[in-house]
Design a protein around this ligand. Structure first.
Ligand SMILES: [Zn+2]
Length: 330
């Protein structure tokens, strides 16, 4: 996720205090305060208990538990280094199962549909990914493609990724235009997601004729590759989940045989190597100029090889997704 709009982890205590204020305001306005007072007592007890038990402090070593663990479990009482081997093993098994379930949400690899071929690579930085990637082909011959990046990382982001997956899967097929589809998805996502989480995404629809309609909600620009030239499809709206009633517009492009659309998350563009240099747009352009006519499947493969040659074996710090869609014709 880009530094400009990086999310902060919600602080449980501040959320509770905020909730108490809203409850108190409602209690002042309402004539029947019996239930509200009960709820207020519970919220007060929770705030007191957080203060008494040293919220965010490990009960074994008394060090701070750390943001990563608190993101997974806001009520964690032990830091990772104080876990017993059994607890660690249990956690690892849990995460392995979560990754298997996440894998089932991914679309078919090397999909061929109605004159299009799509290849993608999906790789988490940790045990699970907060990136979103989907392909949906409809009986009417249209192919929807989606790529996105949920703010934050780890388990919380992966849960929101599966929420996005469910929202779009339930809306696609309702005959909405791409921008309307993103507007509806934004509303559902914003209403059901605790702030400050949000997601950048690209939602597109490809038809048999080579036409594409693309809506970019705050995501890194997909690149249209045509005859050695590279055209970015810039964002025309905010990431989804920030405001309930955001409007979105879309861009229409036409692809001829051999043209490709390259989509990726910032795990590619913001990847850093051992010298702390960023992969960046410049290196990506250099790569694309160096191999202008690769088909989708080789484009993804060679791009990943270029990234790993650049990274000098530095461990990835962000989830990575790359997708290439090629018009191969009929
Ligand atoms: Zn500890």
């Amino acid at each position: 996720m880009s530094a400009a709009i990086r999310a902060t982890t919600p602080d449980l205590r501040s959320e509770l205090i905020d909730w108490r204020e809203r409850l108190e305001a409602s209690a002042n306005k309402s004539s029947d305060t019996f239930q509200l007072n009960g709820l207020l007592r519970e919220v007060n007890a929770a705030i007191e208990s957080l203060s008494r038990e040293g919220y965010g402090v490990c009960q074994v070593c008394h060090d701070l538990i750390g943001q990563a663990t608190m993101t997974i479990d806001p009520l964690a009482k032990t830091c990772l280094s104080c876990f017993t081997p059994e607890q660690l093993q249990e956690l690892e098994q849990d995460l392995d199962r979560a990754w298997l379930i996440q894998g089932e949400l991914l679309p078919k690899q090397n999909l061929k549909f109605n004159g299009w071929e799509v290849s993608y690579h999906y790789e988490p930085a940790g045990p699970v990914s907060g990136d979103y990637c989907d392909l949906v082909s409809l009986d009417n011959g249209e192919l929807y493609f989606l790529i996105g990046d949920v703010s934050g990382k780890g388990v919380a982001a992966s849960l929101l990724m599966s929420r996005l997956h469910a929202i779009f899967r339930s809306l696609i097929g309702a005959g909405l235009g791409v921008s309307e589809l993103v507007e509806r998805a934004n509303q559902l996502f914003a209403e059901s997601t605790m702030r400050p989480y949000y997601a950048t995404l690209v939602c597109g629809k490809a038809s048999k004729s080579g036409e594409m309609e693309i809506c970019n909600a705050g995501h890194v620009a997909p690149l249209l590759l045509h005859d050695g030239s590279v055209t970015p499809i810039a964002a025309t709206g905010l990431p989804i989940g920030m405001f309930c009633h955001e409007r979105y517009s879309s861009t229409r492009v036409k692809l001829g045989k051999g043209d490709r659309l390259l989509l990726y998350t910032d795990g590619l563009s913001e990847a850093r190597n051992r010298n702390d240099c960023e992969y960046g747009d410049e290196r990506l352009s250099m790569f694309l100029n160096g191999c202008p006519q690769l088909p989708a499947i080789s484009l993804v493969k060679e791009l990943l090889e270029d990234l790993s040659a650049f990274s000098l074996a530095r461990r990835r710090s962000d989830d990575l997704t790359v997708m290439a869609i090629e018009m191969v014709g009929h």
